[in-house]
Design a protein around this ligand. Structure first.
Ligand code: URP
Ligand code: ZN
Ligand code: ZN
Length: 459
């Protein structure tokens, strides 16, 4: 007797697509076979659908204190939105308050997340105050299961920024202690200079957010981070890469045989900088900003050639009232947009349906590669006997408009309004429990678990 049998779906792995049933018991996959005859408490018919390993969103900011406010989705609403997008695990950033240890920071984030999450989650440590004591704390944090550390190259005013010396120190340590260093790569002095210049000229509307962060601001910072990674032989992951300049820098490193792992986000794959000139320009303010149509094409090529290896959402939504904090000054607009719910629909609709990427690649970018890089594999990131039963059933014919009514993030507008997708997750199962079943939420607050991660071993 098993708990659930998923019948007749097309199972997708990084390399294969095959039709089989999946048996689930006690939260694990216990059988994969052409025809499972064991009795099951629940049978889920997946005929005509794709069965994917649950997506792992490596980049979320739920209830994050930022720029004088807090991101609008908490760990409950944010993980419900994630589950509707086929996500079964998020990795959120525990942002170190100045003066606090990493372990205290992790405790703060666990006390926010544990009672609320409807799917599994893990944490990265976001480093804002690095000193000898914090360096000495690294082994303890790694043993606890937090094995990736994000450094922000910009955000001086927001007290998040790390200088190149600290980035160098973490990259150097990452080799010996086997962790991943994630960087938000933008050249702070240059963008700060441009921001001040525009403000002095009275240029305060949202497009000046983008104009103060031109492509080279990201490209130069990515090059510099890669240079430091080469110098230290460190383990480098570029978060939310948005430009062709960034991709060129990553490709150069890969061509030299030095691995650098790049992530992009759904908004950089479909939206352009023209949005800043519209009436709701501030709703689209995130860092780095939206780019040109040419950048979008290059990012898709980066995915097709697997120079970009993951797609994370950078889910950090603010409602229209919060965005209005910057109605007279773009520097006061809280930076961030929603996205965890649209990763799979956008990759499937705009990527797989248009033959730019394959569905096997979609599985790599959203699940397998993330699990490998962030120490969750083989528990997660795969459909195999013994793995957690984290499963997304995608209906390739399901059509949906990405409107405020159809999406589950708590905010009161959609940055994708009017955009239609075909190919949507309809059922999401986390550790053997349905969380979304045929587009109905059936999960429970607090049933997600904190998942400790292993140290970095590469892709
Ligand atoms: O604008 C963004 N990306 N907001 C979230 C914080 C970050 O930089 O990742
Ligand atoms: Zn960032
Ligand atoms: Zn982020």
């Amino acid at each position: 007797m098993v708990d659930i049998v998923i019948k007749e779906g097309r199972i997708v792995t990084p390399t294969d697509i095959y039709e089989a049933d999946i048996g689930i018991k006690d939260g694990k996959i216990v059988e994969i076979a052409r025809n499972i005859e064991a009795k099951a408490e629940q049978v889920i018919d997946a005929s005509g659908k794709y069965v994917l390993p649950g997506a792992i969103d490596p980049h979320t900011h739920m209830e994050m204190p930022f720029m004088g406010t807090t991101s609008a989705d908490d760990f409950e609403t944010g993980t419900i939105a994630a589950a509707f997008g086929g996500v079964t695990t998020i990795i959120d950033f525990a942002i170190q308050p100045k003066g606090k240890s990493f372990m205290d920071t992790i405790e703060i984030w666990r006390s926010k997340a544990d009672p609320k999450v409807v799917i599994d989650y893990s944490l990265h440590a976001a480093v804002t105050d690095l000193n000898e004591e914090r360096m000495a704390e690294l082994p303890k944090v790694l043993d606890y299961g937090v094995t990736s550390f994000k450094l922000f190259m910009p955000y001086r005013k927001e007290s998040l920024m790390s200088d190149d010396g600290r980035l160098y120190a973490m990259l150097d340590a990452s080799r010996e202690h086997r962790f991943l260093v994630q960087v938000h790569a933008e050249n702070a002095p240059v963008l700060e200079y441009l921001v001040e210049k525009f403000l002095k000229e009275g240029k305060k509307t949202p497009e000046y957010h983008a104009l103060s962060r031109p492509n080279f601001v990201e490209g130069e910072a990515i090059q510099r981070a890669i240079y430091l990674a080469h110098a230290t032989n460190g383990n480098l992951y570029i978060v939310h890469m948005s430009t062709k300049e960034g991709l060129v820098a990553v490709a150069e490193s890969l061509n030299k045989g030095f691995p650098v792992y790049a992530e992009t986000c759904p908004h950089y794959l479909v939206l352009t900088e023209e949005k800043y000139y519209g009436p709701d320009g501030r709703h689209y303010v995130m860092s780095p900003p939206l780019r040109s149509r040419a950048d979008i094409e290059v990012l898709w090529k980066g995915l097709a050639s697997e120079k970009i290896v993951t797609v994370g959402s950078d889910h950090c939504p603010f409602n229209s009232e919060q965005k209005a904090m910057g109605k007279d000054d773009f520097t006061k607009i809280p930076n961030g947009v929603p996205g965890t719910e649209v990763i799979i629909p956008i990759l499937y609709s705009e990527g797989v349906r248009r033959d730019i990427i394959t569905i096997n690649q979609l599985v790599k970018f959203t699940s397998y590669n993330v699990a490998k890089l962030f120490g969750l594999y083989p528990r997660k990131g795969t459909i195999a006997v013994g793995a957690d039963a984290d499963i997304t059933i995608l209906d390739p014919d399901y059509e949906m408009e990405l409107s405020v009514e159809n999406l589950h993030t708590k905010i009161d507008y959609s940055i994708y309004d009017g955009m239609k997708v075909k190919g949507v997750p309809i059922t999401t199962i986390c550790r053997g429990k349905p969380i979304v079943l045929n587009r109905e939420f059936v999960g429970k607050k607090g049933e997600g678990q904190f998942i400790p991660r292993s140290r970095f071993t590469g892709l």
